[in-house]
Design a protein around this ligand. Structure first.
Ligand SMILES: Cc1cc2nc3c(=O)[nH]c(=O)nc-3n(C[C@H](O)[C@H](O)[C@H](O)COP(=O)(O)OP(=O)(O)OC[C@H]3O[C@@H](n4cnc5c(N)ncnc54)[C@H](O)[C@@H]3O)c2cc1C
Length: 397
């Protein structure tokens, strides 16, 4: 196996494949150290021990039941239950609270090294698309785990080859532009929909909305992440990252709304913001690879090109992503499903890719429905003080 990208998903996949007999992994990574400290959490469904607990989700429980066949849910559970104990213990820990992204990366990386097997070989290098394509030889599988700016995603379709019109393999839906504001708060603070409403009552525009499951008290401080929607023009005029002072100087209206919200949190819980605010401006995009594998190439009989000879697969953010979803958990779930398919020596490559594509399409349906619903609810919330605006956004049969 050639796995390009040792972020959380590439590492998990490596750790899953490492104990498999007859499998050797070459893992390529361009970064020399794991430095991303943003706090993340894993979704509990990832370590669910029964189909019932897997489906228990306040937002998309019904969708899961509608999209997946019962057999598929049972199969997914069996894949996850075959995850080695050392790895499962780590996953369980990460579903309980927040931890820095680089803790997840380092822990899996250390686990791979500590197992002491010779079946994983690490290569520290930046891999180019041509180099990756050159790795594909009969008997190998190339897995692209290079994240949202995937190395190979737009190389996977046959479109654009043989003089046909080039078409991107990336389907992208821009949901909104937003400021993601993160800060530490010296008291326990938890948020729900009532809190979001009442603390924003005096904010007709630029409502500050703590993100779903993104407040967490670790015993001494609360980690709070919230978003404020901004226009495309405001987005263009901002630097990618800045602090509270910059926001107050350049966008006083946005800053006032945010400060009003934070003041109300302080009134209620008598704490202080610790340190400065960390603010990034990002486009919130929902996207997927229309083809998460090179199935089209393999079935076309194009043996003159490496993609016509062996499987090439996208996993993690390289295949699918949503700003409102637990993307690491989604990537981990896809990685464990893929490892389960690779373990099935009875499956022909085309069948393996067929099954993976089907699985990824269903994951996409789930993520798409959930993300659009959250966005729609957010739009309604933005208009909650203006009944006519609100009514225009409601779609009532
Ligand atoms: C602000 C923010 C907050 C987030 N919070 C959460 C959260 O709470 N929960 C959650 O589940 N998700 C969260 N996410 C998303 C999460 O970080 C990603 O889903 C996750 O990191 C994706 O993992 P990955 O391994 O697929 O890709 P990445 O983490 O992007 O890893 C890709 C790896 O590939 C390497 N690479 C790339 N190109 C090459 C190349 N050409 N050659 C060699 N190596 C290469 C990179 O160096 C990197 O190590 C958040 C994201 C952001 C931006």
């Amino acid at each position: 196996m050639h796995i390009v990208g040792a972020g959380p998903v590439g590492l998990l996949l490596t750790a899953l494949l490492q104990p498999m007999e007859g499998v050797s992994v070459r893992l390529y990574e361009k970064r020399s150290d794991y430095t991303r400290t943003r706090m993340v959490t894993l979704a509990p469904y990832l370590v669910a021990e029964s189909v019932e607990s897997y489906c228990t989700d306040s937002i998309d429980e019904d969708s899961i039941g509608a999209i997946f066949d019962p057999d598929e849910l049972v199969e997914g559970l069996a894949f996850r239950q075959s995850i080695p104990d050392d790895l499962m213990a780590l996953l369980r820990g990460w579903t309980l609270g927040f931890c820095p992204l680089n803790t997840i990366e380092r822990s899996i990386s250390d686990l791979i090294d500590a197992r002491g097997s010779s079946s994983v070989q690490r290569t520290p290098s930046v891999v180019t698309a041509d180099e990756a394509i050159g790795m594909v030889d009969p008997g190998s599988i190339l897995i692209d785990c290079t994240g949202s700016n995937s190395l190979l995603r737009d190389h996977l379709t046959l479109d654009g080859h043989d003089g046909a019109a080039a078409a991107t393999n990336t389907l992208k839906v821009r949901l909104e532009y937003a400021l993601v504001i993160t800060f530490l708060y010296g008291q326990p603070y938890d948020c729900n929909e009532y809190c979001k409403y009442f603390k924003n009552v005096e904010n007709p525009h630029y409502k500050f909305i703590p993100m779903v499951h993104r407040t967490h008290y670790d015993g001494s401080v609360s980690h709070v992440t919230g978003i404020v929607s901004i226009t495309a023009e405001e987005f263009e005029a901002m630097p990618p990252r800045f602090d509270g002072g910059w926001l107050r100087r350049h966008h006083p209206d946005v800053a006032r709304s945010m400060d009003r919200f934070i003041d109300k949190v302080k009134e209620e819980t008598h704490g202080e913001v610790l340190g400065d605010l960390d603010i990034v401006r990002i486009p919130l995009d929902l996207y997927r690879a229309r083809h998460a594998t090179n199935r089209q190439w393999l079935t076309s009989g194009r043996s003159d090109h490496p993609f016509g000879r062996s499987p090439v697969i996208l996993a993690g953010d390289s295949a699918i992503g949503s700003p409102y979803f637990q993307s690491i958990s989604l990537g981990f779930e896809c990685a464990s499903y893929l490892a389960g398919l690779i373990a099935r020596r009875d499956l022909a490559p085309e069948d393996m890719l067929d099954r993976y594509e089907r699985f990824m399409y269903k994951q996409w349906l789930r993520v798409y429905m959930r993300s659009k619903m959250i966005k729609h609810n957010k739009d309604l919330f933005e208009s909650i003080d203006h009944p006519l605006e609100l009514l225009q956004k409601l779609h009532i049969y």
